[in-house]
Design a protein around this ligand. Sequence first.
Ligand SMILES: Cc1cc2nc3c(=O)[nH]c(=O)nc-3n(C[C@H](O)[C@H](O)[C@H](O)COP(=O)(O)OP(=O)(O)OC[C@H]3O[C@@H](n4cnc5c(N)ncnc54)[C@H](O)[C@@H]3O)c2cc1C
Length: 457
Amino acid sequence: MHVSIVLFTSDLRLHDHPPLRAANEARLVVPLFVRDRGVTDAGFTAPNRLAFLADCLRDLDAGLRERGGRLVVRSGDVVEEVCKAATETDADEVHMAADFSAYAQRREHRLRHALEADGRRLHVHDTVTSAVAPGALSPASSDHFAVFTPYFRHWSGVRLRDAMGAPRRVRVPDGVGSEELPSREGLSGVSAGLATGGEAAGRARMTSWLRDGVGAYEDRHDDLAGDATSRFSPHLHFGTLSPVELVHRAREVGGPGAEAFVRQLAWRDFHRQVLAARPAAAIADYRTKHDRWRSGPAAREDVEAWKEGRTGYPVVDAAMRQLRHEGWMHNRGRLLTASFLTKTLYVDWRVGARYFLELLVDGDIANNQLNWQWMAGTGTDSRPNRVLNPVTQAKRYDPDGAYVRRWVPELADLDAPLVHEPWKLRGLDRAAVGDYPDPLVDLSDGLARFKQSRGLD
Ligand SMILES: Cc1cc2nc3c(=O)[nH]c(=O)nc-3n(C[C@H](O)[C@H](O)[C@H](O)COP(=O)(O)OP(=O)(O)OC[C@H]3O[C@@H](n4cnc5c(N)ncnc54)[C@H](O)[C@@H]3O)c2cc1C
């Protein structure tokens, strides 16, 4: 019987998995995951993502075992390991999901070359990790969309392929060696409140959220304390949920909440197609404003206070502490903290993006870097100089202060609106908030510095 290898990368699921479906047709299948030395060497591994990944691999293995198979795990260079497994099992083809980053493109190229030199074939499947593949849509005048609204119009008109079920049976050839599956235990630096990974957890969340959450999404997605977003981002990052399936399922639910949610999924594809066309945007300004960002000791101290959640602006500090505790942050928090770092403190977006990638369980090169650029005004935002005022935003998106009280215990006894402006407290009341710091910078001074730096005054 012919043998196929399915190389899993950031598509760690059995449902709606075109490579597995294609490989599994009347064949033996080697479901392979390679712990990629290249990713580790590039410093892109972070404890929270390693822990979530370990959950995902264990769950994938369990799902395969239920179907008569198992997961094969190897470590090293992906190309070498796939070729080794192909030789061992005499596999004549390899299936994998398309990926868009510059690193993944190089890896795919090397793999195709190495396999073909050995008389084997590589099949790369689109729309496994994106709903609409990068490059599938482009305006007449460019290789990618630089503005979201026209992109979304085209994106909405694409007829998506149907979602697929999980295979009923997977037959793995005998005797294929595997390393032990990684586990969370023994990993240090994992956030205490990190979510559980794996397809089972992702699908359970999908079912409950589509039933109880998505309907109110449009009205509540910015409610910091309400925590009313899907929290699918780590599942989308590791591919334990399929974007194609999510779009279909949300459209079946229908209504304004589902539409608003689908629009967010389109933002994810939008950033992927920008980065696929402009890989340098992961590190360089997409549209430079010629910033000469602050650096030096004072800026470094400001960055430390920002990281520790001790800027003296409660909503900024709450969000930064949520990030550290959960390895995840609410989108409104991400916007606020990124605006605060890049605009109010006038610190390089790369400093913030790097710190987010150290902690975020959904830390994603396209979404993280391009959202940071968006907020820094060096990306695709059509209003690049907008500055979010953390006090006004806190009063709007955390009106009774519950989010701040949850994450900043020093302020747990304060009511809104004072909880958002503790510097207004006097005497004994001020003493009651313990060592919660005074504001790092006056907002009007920060704004003036930013405007001057950008030549806007
Ligand atoms: C500075 C900054 C950094 C960010 N870094 C990341 C990152 O590393 N990884 C990441 O997945 N998202 C990132 N985002 C986007 C967004 O904040 C998260 O996707 C979202 O908060 C995840 O929560 P959720 O799954 O509950 O989202 P929901 O609101 O339920 O949205 C559903 C899905 O849509 C996608 N989505 C939502 N908002 C955006 C957006 N603005 N851009 C692109 N896709 C979006 C995500 O895949 C998300 O899971 C960042 C945003 C900012 C402002």
